[in-house]
Design a binder for this molecule. Structure first.
Ligand code: ASP
Ligand code: MG
Length: 464
């Protein structure tokens, strides 16, 4: 079998972590392709360097590059002292190139998205050779592979989209011969290049995306995402004591969970693997024996109803209210045209069938702007009292109960609201998609944790 193993920033940031990476990669049989992130914090620092340079502070930018270069060099010397020299020269050249780029940014006082991508690429271009050197030291024939050679993207610098046909063909051409010869390529996540060879990045956190793309391109049997938690949890462990890792999730469940606050992975990033029928496993570099979470296209029914409860705070509820909206077509369109024009993302929508109000849940810091825009848009309706008012409530949290087992199971909503009632949590608004995979409700932010605990407890009891 062929396995793609992706290691995130904390998994490659220290000698101890790299020791674990070595053991994990060494323990996998068959062909292996490794994908790595930049060491933890590096991409953020490079962003800061680019911003400093764009503001004219070339010295600060240089300091940041020096600091990153020193920490990479130290890491390399610690993990692979006997073979550091060659890699060390490559790293020094990379740092020098990045510093030169930043000097020109500082002179121009302008950092285009294209230049920023070239600066950010330094992080992954530096971590891959370090990981490869570490693996070689343990006897694995590993070599770094810059994804700029085979992840072909469009020119949307900062969040470039891969051109799949080109990428799959180039990745196969590039990586198959290495893999067949028993070499483990250590590929830079996050970065790619246009067909003209200009470096791009695929968006923050996108190393997972690189891994999924390569898994699909190379027909891997499994795509493993190694991070520093043991998979997706049934609830946020900071809120719920009995939260536990979920063994299996369908892709749709993972998508719902991440949308409402679970941060382990961006499901869209693993879609290429899922679509190719390749299971994606979330595993913990620091607890490699933990089972982690396996995500597959279709869920495996396990008798659970609500599988996980998640929540997101820092939100506002904007309500457009008025008896005159009832039965009049076009109100919802006006409301959503306004949110779109204001660039406000809407997390949840609810409208009662009386049509006397439309409720939108939006990020709290956009609510006042949205309210003002809605009042402008609906000025005539307000004047005629068809719309009575636009109200903002905050701070609000959305709590979502997610699970494929809810579909077609009667009584789920009753249990959810019963549990909330018992916990004395007031529910402000409710929404359920027709996929029946998710019941979301809006509560005051001060009730957020209480609501998550109440729902989690209600559905965990049946496991006991
Ligand atoms: N290094 C990149 C970032 O921090 C990509 C990644 O970590 O996946 O966004
Ligand atoms: Mg990361």
């Amino acid at each position: 079998m062929r396995t793609v193993l992706k290691f995130g920033g904390t998994s490659v940031a220290s000698a101890e972590a790299l020791e674990r990476v070595t053991r994990i990669v060494g323990g996998v049989k068959g062909d292996r392709v490794v994908v790595v992130s930049a060491t933890a914090g590096t991409t953020d620092r490079l962003h800061e360097a680019a911003a400093a340079a764009a503001g004219g502070d070339g010295e600060e930018a240089q300091r940041i590059v020096d600091e990153l270069a020193a920490s990479h060099e130290t890491l390399l010397r610690t993990v692979a002292p006997t073979q550091a020299d060659e890699t060390s020269a490559d790293l020094a050249e990379l740092a020098a190139r990045t510093a030169a780029l930043l000097r020109s940014v500082a002179i121009l006082r302008e950092c285009t998205a294209r230049t920023r991508d070239a600066v950010l690429a330094y992080g992954e271009l530096a971590s891959a050779p370090i990981v490869a050197a570490t693996l070689r030291r343990s006897g694995v024939d590993a070599r770094p592979a810059a994804a700029t050679a085979f992840v072909v993207t469009d020119e949307a610098f900062g969040s470039a989209a891969p051109l799949f046909a080109e990428t799959y063909a180039a990745a196969r051409e590039w990586l198959q011969p290495l893999v067949k010869a028993g070499t483990v390529p250590v590929v830079t996540g996050f970065i790619g290049a246009t067909s003209d060879g200009v470096t791009t990045t695929l968006g923050r956190g996108a190393s997972d995306y690189t891994a999924a793309i390569l898994a699909a391109a190379l027909g891997a049997g499994e795509c493993r995402i190694y991070t520093d938690v043991s998979g997706v949890m049934s609830a946020d462990p900071r809120m719920v004591e009995g939260a536990r890792p979920l063994g299996r999730l369908s892709y749709a469940e993972a998508a719902e969970l991440s949308y409402f606050g679970a941060k382990v992975l961006h499901p869209r990033a693993v879609l290429p693997a899922i679509e190719a029928g390749i299971p994606v496993r979330i595993l913990n570099t620091f607890e490699p024996e933990d089972a982690g979470t396996t995500i597959t296209a279709q869920g495996v029914p396990d008798g659970s109803v609500v599988k996980a409860t998640t929540s997101l705070g820092g939100l506002s509820l904007v309500t457009v209210q008025g008896a005159g909206m009832s039965g009049v077509p076009g109100f919802a369109a006006k409301v959503f045209d306004t949110t779109a024009a204001e660039g406000v993302s809407v997390l949840m929508i609810s409208q009662a069938s009386s049509e006397n109000s439309i409720c939108l849940v939006v990020p709290a810091d956009t609510a006042d702007r949205l309210k003002a825009a809605l009042e402008r848009m609906l000025a005539k309706d307000l004047a005629h009292h068809d719309v009575e008012r636009v109200i903002v409530e905050r701070p609000i949290a959305v709590v979502a109960a997610v699970g494929e087992g809810m579909r077609g199971t009667p009584g789920v909503a009753a249990r959810i609201f019963g549990a909330l009632g018992k916990a004395k949590v007031n529910v402000i608004a409710i929404a359920q998609g027709s996929s029946e995979l998710n019941v979301s409700l809006c509560v005051a932010e001060r009730d957020q944790a209480k609501a998550v605990r109440a729902i989690h407890e209600e559905f965990e009891r049946e496991r006991a």
